[in-house]
Design a protein around this ligand. Structure first.
Ligand code: FES
Length: 109
């Protein structure tokens, strides 16, 4: 049986929530999108909108795969880009390493 991932999310209102992977979710964005907490994912995960921007706890960034060129380009133009914390949640495939990972939904641009 594959394990189900849960992450710790702080919403834009400062509310802390545990968000759990649902059926068919393969990326972090899909989990967050379904919670209706402001991750709009306008482009559907094509790395072209940045409305799935999250700020990951810096202590966890090293567990994640590197940003590819497309992700980095888009993030660098995002108003709330933080080199130590910013990721596009659509570019993060869910892995067991992410269990319990803390993150904040990036402010709306
Ligand atoms: S959903 Fe558009 S960049 Fe991630």
């Amino acid at each position: 049986m594959t394990s189900v991932i849960s992450v710790k999310v702080t919403t834009r209102d400062g509310e802390e929530k545990t968000v759990t992977q649902g059926a068919g979710h393969t990326t972090l964005m899909q989990m967050l999108y379904e919670e209706d907490i402001g991750v709009e994912a306008v482009c559907g995960g094509c790395a072209s909108c940045a409305t799935c921007h999250v700020l990951i706890d810096p202590n966890w960034m090293g567990k994640l795969p590197e940003r590819d060129q497309a992700e980095l380009m888009l993030l660098q133009y995002a108003e709330f880009y933080d080199p130590e914390r910013s990721r596009l949640s659509c570019q993060l495939a869910l892995t067991p390493d992410m269990e319990g990972m803390p993150m904040v939904i990036a402010p709306e641009e």
